[in-house]
Design a protein around this ligand. Structure first.
Ligand code: ZN
Length: 275
């Protein structure tokens, strides 16, 4: 599943291709995504200039003068710029056409979405899908105290509290395991019991883990491709614990353990990470 670094990598690629350019057309080959793609959307944005490509959580926001296109890559989506004349692949559902380039949304499982938010319906931050998202991990306001306050009163495990994305976005399944390892916090620790000192370590660990992933172009999904089609290689090279069950911890050589929390796999070092 594309996580925040993959989405940010994609956003940067799309921004370089689309921002400042006029959309000459939008073609929907398959409108049945997680929610149907609005039928009127191609006519609404055709001929408009892309003002900015932003990101909030895992949503890519393409801003036009009259509103914003929200794109989510779902479980298996990718958005990339293709060469003119490149044949349509199976599962290429949507195309955005520019004079110099074409962007294609590819999504075999169709859990992704393409939605429209007209400007006259208020700021995009107030969109129901965005309004409840936690703070961005690179926001300067995301610090030990913010995290500690957010975790207070939550009886779930720290892993599940991170995964919910209501306190901070970006610590999805892979990055939650990796960040907790880096902060030496056991994933089963009750969220409300993580001390301020450990929250300081964890906030830093989340930022560092995501920074590392971004620097290597992001990649969690094996067949993931970024905006120009290059596959990322972060986790084949750098994962400390994720999908390393039974392999020696890179710090202490204890075999990495796998448990299931909320139906999602968690990987950790039983020796380095304390409850
Ligand atoms: Zn260890």
């Amino acid at each position: 599943m594309p996580e925040l670094p993959e989405v940010e990598t994609t956003r940067r690629g799309i921004d370089a291709v689309a921002t400042g350019h006029t959309l000459t057309g939008m073609v929907v080959h398959e409108s049945r995504m997680r929610w149907p793609i609005p039928k009127a959307l191609p006519d609404l944005i055709k001929g408009q200039t892309v003002r900015a490509c932003l990101r909030r959580g895992k949503y890519i926001l393409i801003e036009f003068d009259t509103g914003t296109v929200l794109i989510h890559l779902g479980m298996s989506g990718s958005l990339r710029s293709v060469m003119q004349g490149e044949l349509l692949r199976k599962h290429d559902h949507v195309e955005w056409l520019f004079k110099h380039a074409t962007l294609r949304l590819h999504d075999p499982r169709r859990f992704g979405s393409v939605l429209w938010h007209p400007r006259d319906q208020g700021p995009i931050e107030q969109h129901p899908l965005l309004a409840k998202l936690g703070i961005e991990p690179f926001d300067p306001a995301f610090n030990a105290k913010y995290l500690h306050d957010g975790l207070a009163g939550r009886s779930m495990s720290i892993k599940q509290a991170l995964l919910a994305g209501e306190i901070v976005v970006g610590a999805g399944n892979i990055y939650a395991s990796e960040s907790l390892f880096r902060a030496r916090i056991h994933p089963k620790t009750k969220a409300s019991r993580v001390s301020l000192t450990r929250c300081a370590r964890l906030a830093l660990a989340i930022r560092e883990t995501l920074t590392d992933a971004l620097e290597s172009g992001g990649s969690t999904l094996r067949d993931y491709v970024n905006a120009t089609g290059e596959p990322g290689a972060y986790f084949t090279l750098h994962a400390a614990v994720y999908e390393r069950e039974g392999q020696p911890c890179r710090v202490c050589a204890t075999p990495i353990k796998r448990i299931v929390q909320g139906q999602r796999a968690t990987y950790f070092c039983p020796s380095c990470q304390k409850v």
